[in-house]
Each structure stands twice: as C-alpha cells, then as structure tokens.
Design a protein around this ligand. Structure first.
Ligand code: PEP
Ligand code: MN
Length: 344
C-alpha cells in the first residue's frame, strides 16, 4: 500500500505521521523525497486497513497495491496537466508545434530558422547542441557553443528553446541556456539522468525509448516527477519493429492509450518516427487526429545539406504547408468538439 501525503507538509508533521504509523506496527519506507512525499507501508503480519490510513491528518490519498507509478497516472490526477514553456502551454485544448533543426550547425542556420518559425507564429524551437549519434565518428553537436547560439536566437526573436541533455554532468549547463530539457530515446532509461532533470526546475521533454513499453515510459516519467519536477511532456518518436520500409514504426496507438492512463501531455515526433520527409506531413495530421497534444518536427533551410537526419528533415516551405494543414485540422477539431458536445 502507498500513502501519499498532502503537498508542502512541514517536516515535523511528516515525522509525526511516520511515528504514528510505526506505533501502529506498520513498516514504513519513504519512496519520494520531494512533494508529495510518498510512503510505502507494509503489513507486519496483519492486514492493513486502507480507510484507517485515509483518515489520518496530513494524508492526501492511500493507494492499494504496489503499482510502479502513481504521480503520473490519471488515477492520481484526473485532469490534464498543462505545462508551460515560456508562455506557451502544452496540454491545453490546442496542439502545439515545436520545430527546428536536428542539430545546431551555425549561428546563420539557427537564426534563419528562428526568424522563420517566429514569423509562422511558433513559440518554441528545437535544436540539438549535444547529439547522441549511433556512430562515434558522426558529428556530435557544437556543445556549449551550440547552446550559446540557441540563446542568441531566443534573445533576438523571443522563441523558446528545447534542447537535449545527454549526461548528468551537463544538466546544469544545459538548463542555464534552455527553456526545456529533452531526454532522448537512448536515455529514456538512464535513471541517474532522469533523477538529475527531476531536480531541475525546467520542463522536461521525455522521448520514448525505441523499444520501451508504455509502462516503462510512464515509470521513467515517474522518476522525474518523484524528484519534484512535475513538468514532464511525453513524446512518441517511433519504435523498432520488423518493418524495413521506414526508420521506425510510429506507434500512434500509444497516444490515446497514454491519454487514458496519464495526465501528462504527449507530443508526437513524425520526423524520427518515419525517417522519411514525404511521410512527415501525413503522420503529423494522423497524430493530431489521434489526440496528440502537439508535434516535434525537424526542419532546415537546406534539408539535403543538413549535417544529421537530412532524409527526414523538411524544408521551410514544406513546413509552412504542413503548418497550414495543421491549422485547418485543429480548427475543424475544435468546431467539431463544440458541435458534438452541444448534441450530447
Ligand atoms: C532528437 O530529437 O534530436 C533525437 C535525437 O531524437 P531521438 O532521441 O528520438 O532519437
Ligand atoms: Mn534528428
């Protein structure tokens, strides 16, 4: 059984609760140090009465069983989480597009993209300064110089920055420049890194591991939230299957499935999900139709010359067309929603 305490209890109150539980003969183990504090309690030879614990002062909720995650579940929070990057809310009624280059290559490249996206009305740009590359000989990012370029783009255009952090040793550095930290697919189960970004105060974009199950993704999100950082945005980016015609298989099933099980927003990345430029637009529209809270898309002024992921990168013109279509779809969805709720 798990006992979740009310948020912000002073430590004297927490100690009182532990004492009371111990006096009842219950074994108490503290599971989370941040807010809310969670205790695992186990019977010492007698059965636990859930109702009795629910009545204790300072207790927010008691959960039967030993589910591997709580804080990210719908059961724990029925309403959708809305997470702000700058003043853009993710998880609200309108989906949000985050776009930008796979990797930061130069100041000119980033500035051109930032100006273009701002003119398109986008508020958040992506771009990797630390790149996880399958081959050790591939370009692995400009590092801190790349972060500085991203920060200059924010200074000039006001656009907010999402960028990947690969290593616990760089969390502070990346958080100094970025508005949100990305945890890439390859690091979804790097628990030390999850804990480190959990102790940081910036939103986290957590990408699904390429062979991770839904529950594993939610347990990874729980790692971050259990450290006190509730600002987690999930991202489906395709999984490895026997399919040999696209880079990955974009698992859109997981979008409504996650929305049933978790209150966290979910983005879809059709760029890595398909690996093919021509498939990005249809799969973007499909993702939004499936209920995604937004999209993560790779773009470049000269996509064929991109230093990484060129085959899946859209040109600015292709992105502008996709953006138009997304706006139509979203307008249709919002209107339809109103009509449907008026008739129900
Ligand atoms: C990325 O979005 O830059 C990236 C490396 O993606 P993934 O971690 O999903 O492979
Ligand atoms: Mn990429």
């Amino acid at each position: 059984m798990r006992i979740i305490l009310q948020n912000g209890l002073p430590s004297s109150e927490i100690e009182k609760i532990v004492k009371e539980l111990t006096e009842k003969g219950v074994a108490v183990e503290r599971l989370s140090n941040a807010n809310p504090v969670i205790f695992k309690i186990s019977e010492n030879g007698f059965s636990l009465d859930q109702k009795q614990f629910e009545k204790m002062p300072g207790v927010q909720r008691v959960l039967a069983g030993n589910a591997p995650f709580h804080l990210v579940s719908r059961e724990y929070q029925p309403e959708d989480s809305r997470i702000k990057i700058g003043d853009q809310e993710i998880g609200g009624p309108e989906p949000v597009i985050i776009a930008g280059p796979c990797a930061v290559e130069s100041e000119e490249q980033v500035m051109e993209i930032a100006r273009f996206l701002s003119a398109q009305g986008l508020k958040i740009m992506r771009g990797g300064a630390f790149k996880p590359r399958t081959s050790p000989y591939s370009f692995s990012g400009l590092g801190e110089e790349g972060l500085k370029i991203l920060a200059r783009a924010r200074e000039e255009t006001g656009i907010r920055i999402v960028t990947e952090v690969l290593d616990t040793r760089d969390v502070e550095l990346v958080a100094r420049y970025a508005d949100a930290l990305q945890i890439g697919s390859r690091n979804m189960q790097n628990y030390q890194l999850l804990k480190a970004v959990g102790q940081c105060h910036k939103p986290v974009l957590l990408k699904r591991g390429m062979s991770a199950q839904l529950k594993e993704l939610l347990m990874s999100a729980e790692y971050i939230v259990a450290e006190g950082n509730r600002q987690v945005i999930l991202c489906e980016r395709g999984i490895r299957t026997f399919n040999d015609y696209t880079r990955n298989t974009l698992d859109l099933n997981i979008v409504p499935a996650l929305r049933e099980m978790s209150h966290l927003p979910i983005l879809v990345d059709p760029s890595h999900g398909t690996g093919r430029r021509s498939l990005v637009e249809p799969m973007s529209l499909a993702a939004l139709a499936a209920g995604a809270n937004g999209l993560l898309i790779e773009i470049h002024p000269n996509p064929d010359a991109a230093w990484s992921d060129a085959e899946q990168t859209l040109s600015l013109e292709q992105f502008a067309r996709l953006h138009q279509k997304v706006k139509h779809l979203v307008r249709w969805q919002l209107e339809n929603e109103q009509t449907l709720s008026a008739h129900s």
